[in-house]
Ligand binder design. Structure first.
Ligand SMILES: [Zn+2]
Length: 201
């Protein structure tokens, strides 16, 4: 599934859920949902977020960049901060460095929980209310979206490496896949337009 479709599905889910979650619809929420719905593909050197993070879009660069940032954070934590959240962040960055696309931590519940821990800390520190809900919607919808693709997702990684998918799937980038993703975007857009009056009120 492309990054664009992931953002679309995240925003549609947010619009659908916004009357039931604290804080309702707001632009900070939409931005967090959008970024969270791209975050799992940070394990892909050509993923949308890595277009901004990595100087060269190849696996060696991905390994080098995420290992170095992870090691710097863990070292600073060891020397100065002794903060559990920095330990989690350092750990997850190193896991990202060594997991190839869709084979590891970022496409699992474990990854979602670890990122949620970091995000809730950031939210508390910078006083971004309800950030955890926005994060879970974006990230959760990404994993659900990828379960509609043939490759499936290692939901229970690292405990079980089996990839789970729904009974009906498509291949990302195939002619059928492209049509399905276009359809998801159009249906999503129509839904957002339908819900627009209640969001803006
Ligand atoms: Zn993905």
């Amino acid at each position: 599934m492309t990054g664009k479709t992931h953002i679309g599905m995240g925003i549609v889910a947010y619009v659908g859920a916004c009357s039931t979650i604290p804080g309702g619809f707001n632009y900070t929420g939409a931005a967090v949902v959008a970024i969270a719905s791209l975050l799992p593909d940070i394990d892909h050197p050509k993923g949308i977020l890595n277009q901004y993070i990595l100087p060269f879009k190849n696996n060696a660069t991905k390994v080098a960049v995420y290992t170095s940032i992870g090691m710097v954070i863990l070292t600073l934590d060891f020397l100065y901060f002794n903060n559990i959240f920095l330990k989690v962040l350092g750990f997850i960055l190193i896991m990202i460095a060594f997991s190839s696309h869709r084979e590891g931590i970022t496409h699992s519940l474990m990854g979602m929980i670890l990122f949620a821990v970091i995000i809730s800390y950031v939210g508390k520190h910078y006083e971004i209310a309800n950030i955890i809900y926005y994060f879970l919607i974006g990230y959760g919808m990404h994993i659900i979206g990828d379960m509609f693709t043939k490759r499936g997702v290692p939901v229970f990684y690292p405990f079980n490496k089996k990839k789970y998918k729904f009974p009906v799937t498509f291949v990302t980038g195939s002619p059928k896949g492209k049509i399905i993703e276009e359809f998801i975007m159009i249906a999503g857009l129509m839904y957002i337009i339908y819900k627009l009056p209640s969001i803006l009120m």
